[in-house]
Design a protein around this ligand. Structure first.
Ligand code: NOJ
Length: 557
């Protein structure tokens, strides 16, 4: 293994798992998940093979946007626990070889935050310039992130006698990052949590955080590239903790995302969520057509070696399809979310994957095999490992944020309190806790949970996928999609059948003249390479990962 290998880029070979403390496990019986509950289940996560926990916001908050409206960046929401219990989570994770990253939501604060209260109170307040105030909103309208729900991006505040800017809801006022005092405070927040042991941050809404649009007095920032600020944040992070990471939410087309990794060597975000591949994966599944993914691969820019995509099929938000054309989006809606109630903001779905696929285990496993072999670090959203569904009676995006289903007991093993005290409803029906839960799947060797455990073990052993360079391999028929990953003289090829018919294909390895066989990494066994081709068959919705065995090389156990 070369010196460029894994250890100092731990996040490249990581398996990330996103959860909201509030909905994971309630340990004190009050109906709300808590840090003590999370500590209890650290071994469950370690056993699954997860190596990084991403905790959604757990700070004090009026909770109008599921905690993304923070009113104190230096504390824990008392419903969820204490700072002491937070440190226990970090310690418990660390002792199992796991790391923890947390959300850094500093594009905005809750309007209940004392900074905003001081800011609105007087034009002379030292906090006045911490937010973006104007006498008249600009004539040019700004994009609304939650169209139909947020009522514009400027709101009149009678106390302040001015308008304030908010990229998101009107209760989330944008901080003014052109103000050096705000920047210093953001660094202080990062420093605080790094000191408590986090290994980095999932940075919320990065393009909006950086933007100068709407800020009336730019001061020294006038004319400067906003990315300089991201470089400064990164440099600060690394000074405080050399191995910490920034994982950014940048929902833009791939070419526009590239700039958020920074210069040639990567001096801004370490990881960027790959929204485009995610959306195309749904289109490919809907059409049963691998060429969609071939085209998506072709659009990926090269990223610096010290950077990587973060891949996902589901996150806590709407499953956005905003990068698809209207026609493509309509196809995905028709296949996976035909009812209006399943859709949101005119651009996304508020469903989880298993119900979209009618619980078809073969298709589900195909989709996750794809996720774990695509270029990037895979990120799971809690409950995906057992195939949880959504609850459409919950409002908007909350449909996919229901309590974790641990067992078929009342309260799903999530809590002993009456359901009315829970942060949201339990899933009803086919995908509810009676049928889908951890306890039952733990005992079943063929369960999705145990399948995930095996998949994750294999993925963690397959350094080519973590560190290598990716490219699509052109194959036919069109329902098949193959891609390969090369790392330090070793090659892994993954083949997926998106269609409902069996596929037989001849996989080319022309450029590897000494290839003698392919080791099957998921099922075991091997296929000989004959005249630079390997004959591979795939059952309907089949998936296979192969390592190319070259003359004199050992086989993979
Ligand atoms: C992006 C987060 O993912 C979303 O859940 C939140 O509503 C907005 N940012 C505002 O913080």
């Amino acid at each position: 293994m070369s010196l460029r290998a894994t250890s100092d880029r731990w996040w490249k070979g990581a398996i990330m798992y996103c959860l909201d403390v509030e909905t994971f496990l309630d340990w004190d019986g009050d109906g709300v998940g808590d840090l003590a509950g999370l500590t209890e289940r650290i071994d469950y996560l370690a056993g699954l093979g997860v190596s990084v926990l991403w905790l959604m916001p757990f700070h004090p908050s009026p909770d109008l946007d599921d905690g993304y409206d923070i009113s104190d960046f230096y504390a824990v929401d008392p419903r969820l626990g204490t700072l002491g219990e937070f440190v226990e989570v970090i310690r418990a994770a660390e002792s199992r070889g796991m790391r923890v990253i947390i959300d850094l939501v500093v594009n905005h604060t809750s309007i209940e935050h004392p900074w905003f209260q001081a800011s609105r109170s007087s034009r002379d307040s030292p906090y006045r310039d911490w937010y973006v105030w104007v006498d008249e909103p600009p004539a040019e309208p700004m994009e609304e992130v939650f169209p139909g729900e947020q009522g514009g991006t400027w709101t009149w505040d009678a106390t302040a006698g001015q308008w304030y800017m908010h990229r998101f809801y009107d209760f989330q006022a944008d901080l003014n990052v052109a103000n050096p005092a705000v920047r210093q405070e953001i660094a202080r927040i990062m420093g605080f949590w790094l000191q408590l042991g986090v290994s980095g941050f999932r940075v919320d809404a990065v393009p909006f955080l950086l933007e100068h649009q709407g800020i009336p007095n730019l001061g020294e920032e006038a004319g400067r590239d906003p990315h300089r600020y991201l470089k400064e944040l990164r440099a600060f992070l690394q000074r405080r903790r050399g191995d910490a990471i920034l994982l950014g939410e940048v929902n833009l087309p791939p070419a526009d995302q590239r700039v958020f990794f920074g210069d040639e060597d990567g001096d801004e975000l370490h990881l960027v969520f790959q929204f485009s591949i995610m959306q195309r994966a749904y289109l490919a599944l809907a059409r049963g057509d691998g060429r969609v993914l071939e085209a998506a691969f072709a659009e990926l820019p090269e990223v610096p070696f010290d950077c990587q995509w973060a891949t996902f099929l589901r996150n806590h938000d709407e499953l956005t399809l905003d990068q698809l054309s209207d026609k493509e989006r309509a196809e995905v809606f028709a296949a996976f979310g035909p009812d209006e109630d399943m859709q949101v903001y005119g651009r996304g779905l508020r469903r989880r994957l298993p119900p979209m696929l009618d619980g078809d285990q073969a298709r589900l496993r195909l989709a996750y095999s794809l996720l774990f072999s695509l270029p990037g670090t895979p990120v799971l959203f809690y409950g995906e490992e057992i195939g949880m569904g959504e609850e459409l009676s919950a409002h908007g995006r909350s449909a996919v944020r229901t309590p974790m289903q641990w067992s078929d007991e009342p309260g799903a093993g999530f809590s002993t309190a009456p359901e009315g005290a829970f942060p949201g409803p339990l899933v009803q029906g086919t995908f509810g806790p009676a049928a889908v839960n951890v306890a039952a799947q733990r005992d079943d060797p063929d369960s999705l949970l145990n399948w995930f455990e095996r998949l994750i073990r294999r993925r963690r052993e397959t350094h080519e996928l973590a560190l290598g360079t990716y490219r699509a391999v052109v194959t036919r028929p069109k329902s098949a999609f193959a891609h390969r990953c090369d790392w330090e003289g070793s090659t892994v090829i993954a083949v997926h059948n998106l269609g409902a018919a069996r596929v037989d294909l001849r996989l080319p390895v022309d450029d590897l003249p000494d290839a003698v066989a392919l080791d099957d990494l998921l099922r075991g066994g091997r296929i000989d390479v004959v005249r630079k081709r390997a004959a591979v068959d795939l059952e309907p919705y089949g998936y296979r990962w192969f390592r190319v065995v070259r003359e004199g090389q050992r086989t993979t156990p």
